[in-house]
Design a protein around this ligand. Structure first.
Ligand SMILES: *Cc1c(COP(=O)(O)O)cnc(C)c1O
Length: 387
């Protein structure tokens, strides 16, 4: 039996939030007292703060990261006949926004080292119908966004950064969310800046486009009861903004913790001997990227991944597979008939990835335990598949 002290969760949001409890209650109480549940001052303040952090002149709050992506495409008037270049090794929302508007997702494979979309693949996928490119900064590490923006520019193709997992990240010294026409952020509780419910934000350095995003997020209504475009209702409420402003004051410290945990994983695994036998491959860091480690994803051989995951589970160590089914293979996209042979690295990653626990308040003892259990699995030949 596993001793409770040996249990290591994949995430521990309660423990991360605990030291801030009084601040949350105070911030939430003032929203209660203000009665301004929507459009309260905290929303505007958070927009300013996230814009500044992301190196963007504007930011527009919305209901979720998914809506941030959808609104970006809506404000570009993307629809039937338009193509949008996307990765398939990502969360569903990076792609559903395209299909929801009747446009066609064009899937591009990933770089096997970083799991991020391959700029060379993007170059080959651009056609006269390409109306946007959505690179995803997966696991907290920016895609090669400089090259992607350079590729897009001569064609005037807008780049929409899916930075849902990458708030505070950067590339070549420039923040995620400042490169593209928009940067899309999520405040889902497991993200690096996680709220207490849903929330999202769109950054932009284009004042007119930011204004258009605001228009689409508010029913396309301007002035009141006059609808210029068919928008949606997508708002960040004041309670979420109040909570997020408290957390934002501690984001830098939380990110520092994530970075320390990631580099300690690397040290511990290097000492484990598992790298020499190539049982596991550690996450690659692009030297141009400032990685904020929303996830620590290792690769293991596909034959043993599920056994390793089961062994971790039996040993009380949480893990997850982000993502087990590439988006293009999802049942709801069967009609797209996407050719698997064009996405070999995406498919391989979905079979080999294993995401280990990482959260700001994770202790060294917890980390030691994770590495010990992974090492034990390989050293004991646990459930070894016969050669
Ligand atoms: C979380 C996430 C989203 C969606 O954000 P929500 O706030 O959950 O709607 C989009 N893209 C990626 C890559 C994500 O991780």
């Amino acid at each position: 039996m596993t001793h409770p002290a040996d249990k290591v969760p994949l995430l521990n949001i309660n423990q991360d939030n605990k030291p801030l409890r009084d601040d949350f209650v105070e911030a939430l109480s003032s929203v209660v007292d203000s009665g301004r549940f929507l459009f309260g001052p905290d929303v505007k303040e958070l927009e300013k703060e996230v814009a500044e952090l992301s190196g963007a002149s504007h930011a527009v709050g919305c209901a979720s990261g998914s809506d941030a992506l959808l609104l970006s495409l809506m404000a570009l008037d993307i629809g039937p006949g338009d193509e949008v270049i996307v990765p398939s090794f990502t969360f569903f929302a990076s792609v559903s926004c395209v299909v929801r508007l009747g446009a066609t997702p064009v899937f591009v494979d990933i770089c096997p080292d970083t799991f991020n979309i391959d700029p060379e693949g993007i170059r080959q996928a651009i056609t006269a119908n390409t109306k946007a490119i959505i690179p995803v900064h997966l696991f907290g590490q920016c895609a090669r966004i400089d090259e992607i923006c350079q590729l897009a520019e001569p064609h005037n193709i807008p780049v929409i950064e899916d930075a849902a997992q990458a708030i505070g990240a950067g590339y070549k010294g420039r923040p995620a969310g400042s490169w593209g026409l928009t940067g899309c952020f999520s405040f889902y509780p497991t993200k690096n800046l996680g709220g207490m419910g849903d929330g999202g934000m769109i950054t932009s350095n284009d004042a007119d486009f930011a204004d258009r995003l605001q228009l689409f997020a508010g029913h396309g209504m301007r002035p009141r009861y006059y609808h210029q475009v068919v928008g949606i209702n997508s708002r960040l409420d004041t309670f979420q903004a109040a909570v997020l402003r408290v957390k934002l004051r501690h984001l830098e410290e939380a990110t520092r913790c994530r970075k320390a945990i990631a580099s300690r994983y690397t040290e511990l695994f290097e000492q484990s001997g598992l790298l020499d036998g190539q049982q596991i491959t550690l996450p690659a860091i692009d030297p141009n990227a400032d990685h904020v480690w929303n996830q620590y994803g290792i690769r293991v051989s596909s034959e043993r991944r599920d056994d390793l995951r089961a062994f971790l589970g039996e040993s009380g160590v949480g893990s997850e597979i982000y993502y087990p089914i590439p988006v293009h293979q999802q049942e709801c996209f069967a009609a797209l008939k996407v050719d698997d042979s064009q996405l070999p690295e995406t498919i391989r990653a979905s079979k080999e990835i294993l995401n280990l626990p990482i959260f700001p308040s994770m202790s060294e003892a917890e980390q030691d335990r994770v590495v010990a259990v992974v090492t034990q699995f390989y050293q004991s030949g646990q459930k070894q598949v016969a050669a």
